[in-house]
Design a protein around this ligand. Structure first.
Ligand code: ZN
Length: 451
């Protein structure tokens, strides 16, 4: 049974075309684009709509949706930074039950779908009970997150995260006990178990596993080499936080005598399957490391501005042909188009120039590059529509429509979302919306009632 969709404008081959329908097969793959009269007649007509490929969120921690709006005040620290935010985040992370994690994840994933995101790379590091004791079922929390994703209808790469220590010469932090897997062989065994489970339960590329060493700080080099070798043997994508904060660079230099990206390059860890999340504080030779290895960068500008991380060199990365994708990371805001435009706007403010990154390139980052980074099949029938009459983009002619969408579309402009050819958002609403919001609000009331 084919699905045939006919919008007013279809984004295809880097431009909007009219009189073209996209044809999807029953397995949820795109099998063709057609202007034939028979296909146009039988198509589901999407009036006043443009249809675009689904946005791919390369980096998310869904549970952090629970601390939205809870860290926007000064603490007793003399200077509030990423590191004071992190302590607040850990306090919430240790309090969420498996059921809470499921409800918070459903909320985050539904908001992603409502904003046109059809696949998410979920960088998942909550593995154990708060005191570090394992659940009887080792992947219980990962399974809850995947269950949440599939219930709301988003594709998910569960980026199973290895976390070993607080840092070089750092004493253990009890608030990190929930994340830690001390031995690489246990991490690999747990990952294999989850892979087998997801392959059995979700055969249609709806959910799969990637490997995510947390950072150079949290994973010592021998462990890192062991799990990246494993990932490569299995053909799994590798995602890793890198060069987000200056203190991380200093610690890496103290431990290894090298900056993080240079260390990864020297040890053969950078390759086309590798994505470095953030890569903000990098120098020209590290940009060359990305270029020469075809490793990717995942920028998370809405989170990076929220945390005061800094502004990455997206202009220099792009000029040298390094691929950038986007992530919503802390989920302080879930709007990948906002991440795309902020990548450009941050550079404008810093460099006092305009139009450094082209809208088509930003949109490619949010779709094609994201899909390559996370592992979404290139022919996945994942789409979102925009209402051409929405006030935020109304009046845009086809030649200016993409710039309007990238720089100006509000979330209300996004009306339908399809994953694997099937509608998951219709008329800007999710079928489970009320129940998901209600359950999430109950978790929030419980989590924050004491404060
Ligand atoms: Zn992150």
């Amino acid at each position: 049974m084919e699905t045939v969709l006919l919008p007013d404008f279809l984004y295809s081959g880097g431009k909007f075309v009219s009189g073209a329908a996209v044809i999807c097969d029953d397995a949820g793959r795109i099998v063709g684009i057609s202007g034939a009269a028979d296909d146009l007649r039988s198509a589901s007509r999407l009036r006043n709509r443009a249809l675009l490929p689904g946005l791919v969120n390369g980096h998310s921690h869904s549970f952090q949706r629970a601390i939205r709006g809870r860290t926007e005040h000064r603490t007793s620290a003399t200077r509030d930074t990423f590191w004071t935010w992190r302590e607040a985040m850990y306090r919430a992370a240790t309090q969420l039950s498996p059921e809470d994690i499921y409800h918070v994840a459903r909320m985050a994933f539904m908001e992603m779908l409502l904003s046109g995101i059809t696949a998410v790379g979920e960088f998942h590091y909550l593995h154990h009970q708060a005191d570090g004791t394992s659940y009887g079922e080792r992947n219980l929390l990962a399974e809850e997150v995947v269950r949440a994703a599939r219930e709301v209808g988003i594709r998910i790469a569960l980026q199973r995260t290895a976390y070993v220590r607080a840092g070089f010469h750092q004493p253990p932090n009890p608030l990190q006990a929930r994340f830690i897997t001390p031995r690489a062989e246990d991490f690999i065994e747990g990952t294999e178990t989850l892979r087998a489970l997801l392959a059995r339960s979700y055969p249609n590329d709806d959910a799969w596993v990637s490997v995510a060493p947390h950072s150079v700080r949290a994973v010592p080099l021998p462990y890192l080499l062991e799990i990246t070798r494993y990932a490569r043997e299995r053909g799994l994508k590798i995602h890793m936080h890198a060069a987000e904060q200056p203190a991380e660079i200093e610690a890496c230099e103290a431990e290894y005598g090298a900056r993080p990206i240079a260390l990864l390059r020297r040890n053969g860890i950078l390759d086309p399957s590798f994505t470095a999340v953030h890569a903000i504080h990098i120098d020209d030779s590290e940009i060359d490391d990305f270029r020469e290895t075809d490793a990717k960068v995942c920028a998370c500008p809405t989170t990076e501005r929220n945390l005061g991380d800094g502004i990455g060199p997206a202009d220099r990365l792009t000029a040298r042909g390094v691929d950038i994708c986007f992530g919503t990371d802390s989920n302080v805001q879930i709007d990948l188009l906002e991440d795309a435009r902020q990548l450009e706007y941050h550079l404008r403010l810093k460099l006092l120039q305009r139009a450094l990154l082209a809208p088509a390139g930003l949109f490619r980052s949010a779709t094609v590059t994201g899909a390559e980074s996370v592992g979404v099949p290139a022919d996945a029938a994942d789409f979102f529509t925009v209402d051409l009459n929405d006030p935020s983009i109304a009046g845009a002619t086809p030649d200016a429509l993409l710039s309007n969408i990238v720089f100006s579309a509000g979330r209300a402009a996004i009306r339908e979302v399809f994953v694997g050819g099937r509608p998951v958002i219709e008329e800007g609403r999710h079928p489970l919306q009320e129940e998901i919001v209600e359950q999430f609000a109950a978790v929030q009331a419980k989590l924050w009632s004491a404060s």
